[in-house]
Design a protein around this ligand. Structure first.
Ligand SMILES: Cc1cc2nc3c(=O)[nH]c(=O)nc-3n(C[C@H](O)[C@H](O)[C@H](O)COP(=O)(O)OP(=O)(O)OC[C@H]3O[C@@H](n4cnc5c(N)ncnc54)[C@H](O)[C@@H]3O)c2cc1C
Length: 398
């Protein structure tokens, strides 16, 4: 196994860097670097820029308008985007739903939904979790009962990320209420502008509106919005989750964050000593940097295995656990650097790019908010405890 880039991969890396240097608006990268949330319009602006280059659908085959990239090309692209503080490509429609439509959808569904995804006509959210159905996803209780050419949907979804931006949701619903667990679940596309849909915000620790709860009361959904076979939606759900965990290690984001921590710690003095030279801080920083180096290698090993036709198993769970722990530790270090200035800013209009303390570095004032926000990393996409269970079963046979 060769963990070095080939000359072709190195030249692709250069092409990505050039594209970012020429096309990424500084206004957006500054916001990303400051850890601020982007508006829907800002996300759409970046999606449109990437789409013009033909690089928006990195997971799709060329015949559907995708890049047809290899796993290593996708890694290079995501890595370089993160290092450049580019907004992330919102995954729900493009890299979670689309692969399911490509594998399980009808020709009519592919023709209808895929071009709309590229053009940004729909904003998708993921309707998997429900109150009491998170880790135990197969216990979903939202029902979809046939009525002529429609389903009538009743129930509740929760933690719906960017649901308030969305007009569409891909949903796991129970089409056979008598069937147990994984059986009797279907994969349904729901128009969130339909009568009977109600969305309520959930405000997270950092005071942001990022997630929602969504209620369905007698919502009519055409049967043509069913993807795959009725009662066989669990296959789609599992297939989609493998895409959700792809790239979850967030190596590029961690590298960008590490640089920010080092820069800030180099500028911050504590008792007359640069924080980066204080033994206790330096030890924490060195530990997380070593872990990041190890994770980079593991990540490349997994990518090399996938490129050779292998399927990542417990490795993607390992990357999820390590990757999220590293990013959480880095945001904790960033908050530690702020010292007494690490307070949550109560004013929603506060300038988050202002210095975090007099004379201090810019763009890190949002550190405390970012720290709070990033607690989610070890919960979503399958909690880290659940990932540990998967690792224990797969590698230790427990
Ligand atoms: C910010 C955020 C955004 C999210 N976005 C979305 C979204 O867009 N769409 C969506 O569908 N969902 C979303 N989720 C939901 C997320 O997938 C669930 O929160 C997650 O799967 C955990 O489920 P739960 O919250 O019901 O916790 P529970 O499953 O109730 O778990 C509670 C605790 O018990 C632990 N636990 C549970 N079972 C076991 C076990 N068998 N062994 C060991 N420990 C266990 C868990 O690790 C956790 O610590 C989001 C969550 C967050 C926090």
């Amino acid at each position: 196994m060769d963990l070095k880039y080939t000359p072709a991969e190195l030249s692709f890396q250069e092409e990505v860097r050039k594209f970012l240097a020429e096309n990424l608006p500084e206004r957006l990268s500054k916001k990303v670097a400051a850890g601020s949330h982007l508006s829907k319009e800002e996300h759409e602006e970046w999606h449109a820029i990437v789409n013009r280059k033909g690089w928006l659908a990195t997971h799709w085959p060329v015949e559907y308008g995708g890049t047809g990239w290899s796993a290593i090309q996708r890694f290079i692209f995501e890595h370089e985007c993160a290092l450049a503080n580019a907004p992330r490509i919102i995954p729900f429609g493009l890299s979670m739903l689309a692969p399911v439509i490509i594998k399980y959808g009808t020709e009519a569904q592919k023709k209808h939904w895929l071009p709309r995804l590229l053009e940004g006509k729909d904003w998708w959210s993921q309707g998997y979790s429900e109150p009491n159905s998170g880790s135990d996803l197969a216990s979903v209780r939202t029902t979809a009962i046939r009525d002529g050419d429609d389903y009538i949907v009743n129930g509740q979804k929760t933690w719906t990320t960017q649901g308030h931006f969305s007009n569409m949701m891909f949903c796991l619903v129970r089409t056979d209420p008598d069937a147990k667990k994984q059986k009797g679940i279907s994969f349904l596309l729901i128009d969130l502008t339909s009568p009977g849909v109600e969305m309520r915000p959930i405000i997270t620790l950092d005071g942001e509106h990022e997630v929602n709860e969504v209620f369905f009361t007698d919502v009519r959904v055409p049967r043509s919005n069913l993807v795959g076979e009725e009662d066989k939606g669990w296959d789609c759900a599992k297939y989609l989750l493998t895409y959700e965990r792809t790239g979850v290690a967030g190596v590029g984001h961690a590298c960008a964050l590490l640089e920010r921590v080092k820069r800030a710690a180099g500028e911050r003095f504590q008792a007359g000593v640069r924080l980066i030279e204080s033994p206790s801080f330096a030890m924490r920083l060195a530990k997380v940097e070593i872990e990041l180096e190890a994770m980079k290698t593991t990540n490349l090993r997994v990518i090399a295995a996938v490129s050779g036709g292998g399927v990542p198993g417990a490795e993607s769970s390992m990357l999820k656990v390590k990757g999220t722990e590293i990013r959480q530790e880095l945001t904790a270090l960033l908050r530690a650097i702020q010292g007494p200035y690490a307070r949550v800013i109560p004013d929603a209009n506060a300038d988050l790019s202002a210095p975090m303390y007099p004379g201090g570095p810019r763009n890190v004032r949002a550190g405390a908010l970012n720290y709070l926000n990033q607690r989610k990393l070890s919960i979503y996409g399958g909690s880290n405890e659940i990932q540990r269970n998967i690792i224990a079963k797969a590698t230790l046979g427990l």
